[in-house]
Ligand binder design. Structure first.
Ligand code: NI
Length: 261
């Protein structure tokens, strides 16, 4: 079985056909889906999907860096309250995004740091979103990393030096999605040198669909395209990729599979 460690199936892009989207993914043996929240406005839809598929869908709570605006204190208070309810499997997605808007950089840095502190206090993993902000992300994580900090650098697109820096933190996995299949991304060459034990799979649906769906709406069933590409890069079977990336995801999210009687 596979785990989609990062998918936004609660967004409006799926409101017309979420049940067939779920079915297609489960038929392709993607059995578990971690949903990082974006902000207060997406929370109710996320929880609606959790109620519908309680065995498959796992909610995370966090404030996305692109939603860090004037009202971020209000958003952070919401994250804090929800995280303490014990219903959530991690703090995400959080981080820094300088692609769209740099005007809230200091608020993004502060929100990121405070949500890291919350995750450490509650012993939850963090899911890091990093876009055009590796230096800024590393600066915050360098200052807060210790044995209590762990999680996933989601949608990794960096180089080998950046991958090794993430691995050297000790508690982090590297999340691979559709970009791995993009021609000329160069990510395949980087990942050839990163051992499988550090990798998890994700789609980031509805964004960043893998080849041959590039440019279309992404969905969790397309995780297999990413897994197949990884199998090819590593020269192993798809089953081996499923086994090790699922183990890695279970380790991050502390998921204990029910043992057969
Ligand atoms: Ni995301």
């Amino acid at each position: 079985m596979f785990v989609d460690t990062h998918t936004h199936l609660f967004l409006e892009q799926f409101s017309d056909d979420i049940d067939t989207v779920m079915l297609r993914a489960i038929e392709r043996d993607i059995q578990r889906f971690y949903l990082p929240n974006i902000d207060i406005s997406t929370f109710d839809d996320m929880m609606g999907l959790v109620r519908k598929y309680p065995d498959n869908v796992m909610p995370l709570i966090g404030l996305h860096p692109c939603s860090v605006k004037e009202n971020y204190e209000h958003e952070l208070a919401f994250v804090d309250e929800k995280a303490r309810s014990g219903e959530f499997f991690g703090i995400g997605e959080i981080g820094i995004d300088l692609y769209w808007d740099k005007s809230f950089l200091s608020a993004q840095q502060e929100s990121f740091a405070r949500q890291i502190e919350l995750a450490k206090e509650l012993a939850l993993p963090i899911i890091i979103h990093c876009r055009e902000a590796f230096d800024e992300i590393f600066e915050v994580v360098d200052g807060l990393n210790d044995d209590a900090l762990f999680g996933i650098f989601h949608c990794f697109t960096g180089d080998l030096a950046q991958a090794n820096r993430i691995i050297d933190y000790g508690g982090f996995k590297i999340g691979l999605g559709g970009v791995l299949t993009f021609k000329n991304s160069g990510l395949d060459k980087t990942i050839a040198d990163v051992p499988l034990e550090h990798l998890v799979l994700e789609t980031d649906a509805p964004y960043l669909a893998p080849v041959p769906y590039r440019g279309k709406r992404n969905e969790s069933s397309y995780l297999i395209e990413v897994a197949s590409k990884l199998a090819k890069i590593k020269g192993v079977t798809l089953e081996r990729v499923a086994e090790i990336t699922t183990d890695n995801a279970n380790e991050v999210f502390k998921f204990e599979a029910t043992k057969p009687q």
